[in-house]
Ligand binder design. Structure first.
Ligand code: TXA
Ligand code: MG
Length: 330
């Protein structure tokens, strides 16, 4: 696999022409976005898209997000309604994915046979320039093997795929760390199929919103699969006494002969249990969570995580935690 290194805001065309050429020829390129790294292929090339599914081990009824770099491309692949146009106007480029009616050019392989297509314009400069130089929309799921936590660093991509993909563009850590908000605009109230950094509260300023429960799987096929999971068991503790309970549980697991690890905001690093600091606010927490999973997974068989309040990006954090493990309120 070829690794192309760039700074986050450096759109060095001489370097980006290499991955763009790979995309144009039907190859696979992992690239950074502001949310997580994506595993990209030419969205209009059915064979290239099929390879994404093969390499990821992804069920083929789980549709991909199509990434674009300019506003005109929206009309080429989708039929936005008034609501979609308003959301696009407000939040593109950024961590919002808009589900709209699709046009013929988008192959069924990309949309898992659905009549709709999910579209996103990332705000990451490197991603935008790569799409532009490729001259085609890029379909990209998160660049992790199916069932593993999404990659927030190029090293995570390399860990999961090694030489199975042609190229990774490494621009360091991703800023947001959780996947984009997915919103279905073909229904009203609009539906949040996956919470993310564009929060329910932000969307409610514009439209009536319904949050689709994880148990209502029909609309976002991807949500029915196990996700974001380290191999270790994940136990999430939320509530006022969480910190005390986390320490108690860690001790208890250790006595049972297990190897616990802790992921918490400003954890007590003086105890001799592997601990990952999730920072001191929810944005830092979101940015670090998947890296915490991956790094604790190397030495632990149970990860005890401090949960958060379900407000703002906290809703997206708790959504990912609920998929990774069990939540206990104390
Ligand atoms: O932040 C992100 O969204 C990242 C970066 C790379 O852009 N991508 C990402 O893709 O998370 P992926 O494939 O891991 O998740 C896409 C989600 C899945 O839950 C999928 O089911 C849903 O979007 N989705 C895609 N197309 C859809 C459609 N037409 N209707 C409903 N849900 C759709
Ligand atoms: Mg994913």
């Amino acid at each position: 696999m070829r690794v192309i290194r760039l700074r986050k805001d450096d759109t060095d065309d001489a370097k980006l022409r290499i991955p763009a050429e790979i995309i144009r020829k039907g190859g696979l390129v992992a690239f950074p976005t502001e949310t997580v790294y994506g595993l990209g292929a030419d969205a209009l090339n059915e064979r290239a898209v099929r390879r994404i599914f093969e390499v990821k081990g992804r069920p083929d009824d789980n549709p991909l997000i199509v990434h674009i770099s300019d506003f005109e491309e929206i009309y080429r692949i989708a039929k936005p309604n008034r609501v979609a146009l308003k959301l696009i106007d407000e939040f593109f480029p950024g961590p919002l994915t808009v589900v709209m009616e699709k046009r013929e050019v988008v192959p069924d392989a990309t949309t898992g046979g659905l009549k709709t297509v999910a579209v996103r314009m990332p705000s990451h400069k490197v991603a935008l320039r790569l799409i532009e130089l490729s001259g085609t929309p890029i379909s990209a799921p998160s660049a992790n093997r199916s069932g593993r936590p999404s990659p927030t660093r190029a090293e995570h991509v390399i860990e999961d795929f090694g030489d199975e993909i042609e190229c990774v563009v490494d621009a360091g850590k991703t800023e947001i760390g959780l996947e984009s908000t997915v919103v279905d605009t073909t229904v009203y109230p609009i539906e949040i199929l996956r919470p993310g950094a564009v929060t329910r509260e932000m969307l409610e300023e514009l439209f009536d919103v319904r949050v689709v429960k994880t148990s209502e799987v029909a609309r976002s096929p991807g949500m029915k699969y196990r996700h974001y999971s380290p191999s270790a068991d994940v136990v999430v503790i939320v509530g006022r006494d969480a910190r005390w309970e986390i320490a108690r549980l860690a001790e208890k697991f250790r006595k049972m002969g297990r190897n616990p690890g802790i992921a918490a905001m400003k954890p007590d690093l003086s105890i001799d249990i592997p601990s990952y600091d999730l920072g001191s606010n929810l944005d830092q927490y979101a940015e670090r969570l998947f890296d915490a999973f991956r790094s604790l997974d190397r030495s632990c068989d149970v990860i005890i995580v401090e949960g958060v309040e379900e407000k703002g990006i906290g809703a997206a954090i708790m959504n990912r935690l609920s998929k990774a493990g069990r939540i206990y309120r104390v």
